[in-house]
Design a protein. Structure first.
Length: 177
């Protein structure tokens, strides 16, 4: 009799149906269709932007843009700010673009003495610590300022004529005892 009760109970409890698979597929396909329709509407409603042609840029001769070094001063300059006079063998170069080279050379030659006086003044008024810097950054900045004031107002384009200055300074020799 116990077997009969188990059989009747199993017949009375129906097994759950697996009918949700078809509904899930229909819902996913509907969502994909709606998403595709929205994307199609968004992309088809926009207009392409107008395009205008511009004139081609003329590239300057790259040889004219190369930097060359020009000697401005090769002299012995004195500094006595510590009370002891030191003599420094000094070479000052400016880096300019090749297209400005001739003009800068002529200008240096034309005003050689005034340049020497200005640069000598910078040297005489320099502090002793300026000569202890490994690359003479302070003196280089001061010389660059003088060179740019003298040459840059004559540049033909927006770039500066003087790119930078290079100082080659020897060890200071004590000249009075």
């Amino acid at each position: 009799m116990a077997d009969k009760k188990n059989e009747t109970e199993s017949e009375e409890t129906p097994k759950p149906k697996k009918g949700g698979g078809l509904k899930f597929i229909i819902v996913v396909l509907a969502l994909l269709g709606i998403e595709g329709g929205v994307l199609f509407f968004v992309f088809s409603s926009g207009k392409p932007q107008t395009v205008e042609a511009t004139e081609p840029v003329i590239v300057a001769n790259p040889e004219d843009e190369k930097l060359v070094e020009l000697l401005v001063l090769d002299d012995r300059l004195v500094n006595d700010r510590t009370g002891i006079s030191y003599l420094y063998q000094t070479e000052i170069y400016v880096k300019v673009r090749k297209k400005d080279e001739e003009w800068v050379k002529d200008e240096i030659e034309r005003s050689k003495n005034s340049l020497r006086a200005q640069l000598g003044g910078i040297w005489r008024t320099a502090e002793p610590t300026h000569f202890q810097e490994p690359l003479f950054e302070t003196l280089t900045r001061r010389v660059e300022t003088v060179m740019r004031e003298r040459f840059d107002h004559k540049s033909s384009d927006s770039k500066p004529v003087i790119d930078r200055c290079v100082l080659v300074v020897g060890t200071g020799l004590r000249i009075n005892r």
